[in-house]
Design a protein around this ligand. Structure first.
Ligand code: PHE
Ligand code: ZN
Length: 872
C-alpha cells in the first residue's frame, strides 16, 4: 500500500470485492443457536448462546460478523473473556478456540429506533421487526453471517406487555408467560435448521386475520396475517392467495408445508416487497392490505403474486437454500418462475406473460445492455444488496422457464422432484440445480449452462425465404452476443425458439408450431410443403429472453397482429409496428401510421379478443424501450415528442366515440376480481389514457365522472392519472379530493405522490419539489421516497429536462437518503447510469452528477459501487 503524506485527506474507504471463485466452506458451524431478546425500541439486549463445531473449511479462529453492536460480554465454555482475549474490529469479533467445539455466549445492546437502514432489528411505527437478508443478522447478534451455516434456533422474546402484546418468531410457539413486572415472555422453537438470513422476530400491537389450511398429508396449519388492529378485514385477499399458494405448490410441485404455524406480518417501513423468513414472512404493508376502495386491480394481483412468491420460498430458498450469495438466482429466479406460473394459472395466462415480458424488457434488458450488466450468477460484488437485480430475479426466471420448455411439463417435474430429493436441507448451488434438472428431466444442458455465466441479451437474426417451385421455406437464424461489461464470454447460447409459419393468402397456420433449438452461431432450417407465401412468427410466447431481429416484408407485422394465434406473438407484432414507427420518428424520419391505426382499430373492434388483451395490445411501448432501440445519441425529448405524436395519431384514427364507448361500457356493475371484470377496467383505463392524448371537454368530463362515481380504486386511479396529466381545474379538484379522502392511508397517499410526480403537465420538477415540502413527505420511509422520487425519475420529460436540472435533483435526493438508508439510495442510481444512450450534453450532465456523488464525503459503499460502475 502507498504511504500517504501526513496532510493528505483520507482516501475513500477502499472497496472490498468478494469473488465467487474464493468460496471456502466455513471454518466453524453453528448447529444450535439460542437467542434471548429483552426488547425495547430505545434499547434491546440480545443474548446469544451458540454451539459451535469445526467445519470443513480451513482451520482457524471463530470469526463472528458484528455490525453496529454494543458488545457487553463474551464468554467461551462458560468463562467470561476479558477484552484482551478477543479482537473486535472492522465489524468482526474474532475468538481463538482450542479444540473442535465450544459454547460461545455473547451479550450485545442495540437501538432499534435509531436503525434507519431497516436492516437488523428496527422500529416501524410502534412495531419492532427484523430484516436479515442478506447480511442483517450481524446487526442483531455476533454470528458467522453466511447462508451455508444452518442452525436450529430457539428464541425467547421478552417485552413490555402493553406495548408489545404480540411476540412472534420462526417455528412453533411455546406458552406466553407473564413475568410479573409488566413484561411477558415466550419461546419459539424452529425445528428446521436454517441460515441466519431467514431469522425473524416481531413484537407489537398487532391483530390477526386467522384461518387454517390442511395439507395433503393432513397437517393442520394455523395461518395468521398480522396487521394494525382494525386492518384485519383488509387481509382477506392475501389470505385467499396464501391458501391458494399452499394448494398450488402441492398440486404443481408436490411440495407440502412443514410447520404447524404460518404467519405473515405487515409493516409500513420495508426496503423491498417482502421477506420469506421461515414460518414468519414479513411484508411491506403495500403487498398485504387491500380492499376495493383502496387497492387497484394491479395491487390485488401484486399481493397475490408476492404472497405466493414468499410462500414458495419455503421450498425454493428455505428447505434448499443458497451456498453463498452468488447463488442468489438459485432461489430467486426459480421462485419468480414459480410465482409467475401460479398467477398464470389463476387468471389470464396470456396477459400475465405479456406483462412479465414488458417488465423484463424495461428493467432487465436495460440493465443487461448497460454498465451494470452481470450474468444471473455473478462472479463478484462489493455490496450484495446491490445484486437483488432484475437480472437475478427476472432473467433468472426466464432461464428456468427455458429449461421447463425444453423438458416439457412432465420431465420438468421429474427434474424438480429430483432436485428436492437430492438437496433438501442443504445450502446448494446453481450447478446443483442444473445437474438435477439434467438428470431428472433427461436433458443435456452442457451448452445451456452459458446462460449462467454470460451476461447481455443475445440477438437472434431471422430471415425467411420461400421457394415457390420447390414448395419449401428456409429459415436462416444467427445469434449475436453483445459486448457488455462482465460479459463472461460470448460463445453461442442454447436458445429455444417456438416458431410457426402462417400463409399470407389463407391467413392460416402452416403446420404445427416447432420448438427450434438454436445452438450454433448460424443455422438454416427447412420447412416443406409450403404452398403459399409464408410469414414468420418466432419466439412465440417469448420462449427465450432474446431480442429478435427479423427481416420482414412490408405488411408482415400488420398481418401477424391480425392473424397470429399465439396471443403473445400477436401483441408483439403490434408492439413492433409501433416501435419501428417511434424509432423513425424520434430520428426525425417521417413515417405513415396507417398500418398502426388499422391494427389498433381492428384490435379494439375484435370482440373475440378479451378486454385485458386488447388493452395490452394497444399500449404504446415504454419510452425507455425506444431509447434502447435507438441505442446511442438519443434525444430524450424527441422520444417523448414521438410518443405524443403517435398517441394523438392513434386517437384521431380510432376516434373519440370508439374510446368513449369503451369507457362507458360495463360501468356500474357489481365489483368483482374476475379476469373479465379486471379486463374491462384495464381496457377502460387504457382507452381513457389514449383519449387524454388530446383531451377535449368531453374527455375531461368523462374522467371527472369516472372519478366521482368510482366504486373501486382502479377506476378512480385511472381517472385521476388522466386528469393529473391535464392542465385543468378538474386536476386540482380531484387531487385535493383524493388526498382528503385517503389521508389516513399511507399506501394510498403514495399513489397520490406518484401520480403527480409522473404527470407530464407543467414543470414536473417544480411539482416534485413542491410535494417534497408537503407535510406527508418523508425521505426515511422507502415507500414514500420511491413514490415521489422514483415517480419523478420515471417522468421522461421531467427527469431529462434540457439543462440537467432533473439529474441534479435526483443526485441530491440520493445523497440525502444515503445518510438514512444506503440500500434504498443505491437503487436510484441506475437512471443516471443510462448516460451512454443519450446525446452528448445530456450524457455529460448525467456523468457530472455521478461524479459529484462519488466526491461527496461519507458516501456509502452501496451507492459508491453503483456510481463507480455506472461511470466506468
Ligand atoms: N428475498 C426477498 C424476496 O425476494 C427479497 C428481499 C431481499 C427482501 C432482501 C428484503 C431484503 O422474496
Ligand atoms: Zn424472492
Amino acid at each position: 500500500m502507498d504511504i500517504l503524506p501526513a496532510d493528505a485527506s483520507p482516501p475513500p474507504q477502499a472497496s472490498h470485492i468478494t469473488h465467487r471463485k474464493d468460496y471456502q466452506p466455513p471454518a466453524w458451524l453453528v448447529p444450535d443457536a439460542a437467542l434471548t431478546f429483552d426488547l425495547g425500541a430505545k434499547r434491546t439486549k440480545v443474548s446469544a448462546r451458540l454451539n459451535v463445531v469445526r467445519g470443513a473449511g480451513p482451520r482457524g479462529p471463530l470469526i463472528l460478523n458484528a455490525e453496529a453492536l454494543e458488545l457487553l460480554s463474551v464468554s467461551v465454555g462458560g468463562r467470561k473473556l476479558s477484552a484482551d482475549d478477543y479482537s473486535y474490529a472492522d465489524d468482526r469479533l474474532t475468538l481463538v478456540i482450542e479444540g473442535d467445539e465450544a459454547v460461545v455466549e455473547t451479550e450485545v445492546r442495540i437501538a432499534p429506533d435509531r436503525n434507519t437502514q431497516l436492516m437488523g432489528l428496527y422500529a416501524s411505527g410502534g412495531i419492532l421487526c427484523t430484516q436479515c437478508e442478506a447480511e442483517g443478522f450481524r446487526r442483531i447478534t455476533p454470528f458467522p453471517d453466511r447462508p451455508d451455516i444452518l442452525s436450529r434456533y430457539t428464541v425467547t422474546l421478552r417485552a413490555d406487555r402493553t406495548d408489545y402484546p404480540v411476540l412472534l418468531s420462526n417455528g412453533d410457539p411455546g406458552e406466553l408467560r407473564d413475568l410479573g413486572d409488566g413484561r411477558h415472555e415466550i419461546m419459539w422453537t424452529d425445528p428446521h435448521p436454517k441460515p441466519c438470513y431467514l431469522f425473524a422476530a416481531v413484537a407489537g400491537k398487532l391483530a390477526a386475520l386467522k384461518d387454517s389450511f390442511t395439507t395433503m398429508s393432513g397437517r393442520i396449519v394455523a395461518l395468521g396475517i398480522w396487521v394494525r388492529p382494525g386492518d384485519e378485514p383488509r387481509c382477506q385477499h392475501a389470505m385467499r392467495a396464501l391458501k391458494d399458494s399452499m394448494a398450488w405448490d402441492e398440486r404443481t410441485y408436490g411440495r407440502e408445508y412443514d410447520l404447524d404455524v404460518f404467519n405473515i406480518v405487515a409493516v409500513d417501513d420495508f426496503n423491498f416487497g417482502a421477506m420469506e423468513n421461515k414460518g414468519l414472512n414479513i411484508f411491506n404493508s403495500k403487498y398485504v392490505l387491500a380492499d376495493r376502495e383502496t387497492a387497484t386491480d394491479t395491487d390485488f394481483d401484486n399481493i397475490a403474486a408476492i404472497v405466493a412468491h414468499e410462500y414458495f420460498h419455503n421450498w425454493t430458498g428455505n428447505r434448499i437454500t443458497c451456498r453463498d450469495w452468488f447463488q442468489l438466482s438459485l432461489k430467486e429466479g426459480l421462485t419468480v418462475f414459480r410465482d409467475q406460473s401460479f398467477s398464470a394459472d389463476h387468471g389470464s395466462a396470456a396477459v400475465k406473460r405479456i406483462q412479465d415480458v414488458r417488465t423484463l424488457r424495461i428493467a432487465q434488458f436495460a440493465e443487461d445492455a448497460g454498465p451494470l450488466a452481470h450474468s444471473i450468477r455473478p462472479d463478484s460484488y462489493q455490496e450484495i444488496s446491490n445484486f437483488y437485480t432484475s437480472t437475478i430475479y427476472n432473467k433468472g426466471a426466464e432461464v428456468i422457464r427455458m429449461m421447463a420448455t425444453l423438458a416439457g411439463a412432465e420431465r420438468y417435474r421429474a427434474g424438480t422432484d429430483l432436485y428436492f430429493e437430492r438437496h433438501d436441507g442443504e445450502a446448494a448451488t446453481c450447478e446443483d440445480w442444473i445437474s438435477a434438472i439434467e438428470d431428472g428431466a433427461a436433458l443435456d444442458l452442457s451448452q445451456f449452462r452459458r446462460w449462467y455465466t454470460q451476461a447481455g441479451t443475445p440477438t437472434v437474426n431471422a430471415t425467411l425465404t420461400h421457394d415457390a417451385d420447390a414448395r419449401t421455406a428456409t429459415l436462416t437464424l444467427s445469434q449475436d452476443l453483445p459486448n457488455v461489461p462482465n460479459a463472461g464470454g460470448r460463445k453461442p447460447m442454447h436458445i429455444p425458439l417456438k416458431t410457426a409459419l402462417f400463409g399470407r393468402e389463407s391467413g392460416a397456420r402452416l403446420g404445427k408450431e416447432r420448438l427450434i433449438e438454436l445452438k450454433d452461431a448460424a443455422v438454416q432450417i427447412d420447412f416443406g410443403g409450403i404452398e403459399e407465401t409464408p410469414i414468420l412468427s418466432i419466439n412465440r410466447a417469448f420462449s427465450a429472453p432474446v431480442s429478435v431481429k427479423a427481416t420482414r416484408a412490408p405488411g408482415e407485422l400488420a398481418f401477424l397482429s391480425a392473424h397470429d394465434d399465439d396471443p403473445f406473438a400477436r401483441y408483439e407484432a403490434m408492439q413492433e409496428l409501433m416501435s419501428d414507427w417511434l424509432v423513425k420518428r424520434a430520428r426525425g424520419e417521417g413515417e405513415d401510421a396507417a398500418a398502426i391505426i388499422d391494427a389498433v382499430t381492428r384490435t379494439l373492434d375484435d370482440q373475440s379478443l378479451d378486454d385485458a388483451f386488447r388493452a395490452e395490445a394497444i399500449l404504446t411501448p415504454a419510452d425507455t424501450l425506444i431509447v434502447d432501440r435507438i441505442g446511442t445519441d438519443v434525444s430524450p425529448r424527441a422520444v417523448v415528442q414521438a410518443r405524443r405524436t403517435l398517441r394523438k395519431t392513434m386517437l384521431s384514427g380510432a376516434g373519440h366515440e370508439r374510446l368513449m364507448r369503451i369507457i362507458e361500457s360495463g360501468r356500474g356493475g357489481s365489483f368483482d376480481l374476475s379476469p373479465e371484470a379486471k379486463g374491462k377496467r384495464r381496457l377502460r383505463a387504457v382507452a381513457l389514457g389514449l383519449l387524454f392524448a388530446d383531451p377535449g371537454e368531453e374527455a375531461i368530463a368523462a374522467a371527472a365522472a369516472l372519478y366521482d362515481k368510482a366504486d373501486n380504486m382502479t377506476d378512480r386511479m385511472a381517472a385521476m392519472t388522466a386528469l393529473a396529466g391535464s392542465d385543468t381545474a378538474e386536476r386540482v379538484r380531484v387531487l385535493a379530493d383524493f388526498h382528503a379522502r385517503f389521508r389516513s392511508d399511507a399506501n394510498v397517499i403514495d399513489k397520490w405522490f406518484t401520480v403527480q410526480a409522473m404527470a407530464e403537465t407543467g414543470d414536473p420538477l417544480a411539482t416534485t419539489q413542491h410535494l417534497m415540502a408537503h407535510e406527508d413527505y418523508s425521505a426515511s420511509n422507502p415507500n414514500r421516497f420511491r413514490a415521489l422520487i422514483g415517480g419523478f425519475a420515471a417522468n421522461m420529460p421531467g427527469f431529462h429536462a434540457e439543462g440537467g436540472a432533473g439529474y441534479r435533483f435526483l443526485a441530491d435526493q440520493i445523497l440525502t437518503v444515503d445518510r438514512i438508508n444506503p440500500q434504498t439510495a443505491a437503487r436510484f442510481v441506475a437512471p443516471l447510469g443510462r448516460w451512454r444512450r443519450f446525446r452528448q450534453d445530456d450524457a455529460a450532465a448525467m456523468r457530472a452528477e455521478l461524479q459529484r456523488m462519488l466526491d461527496a464525503p461519507g458516501l456509502s459503499k452501496d451507492v459508491r459501487e453503483m456510481a463507480e460502475k455506472s461511470l466506468a
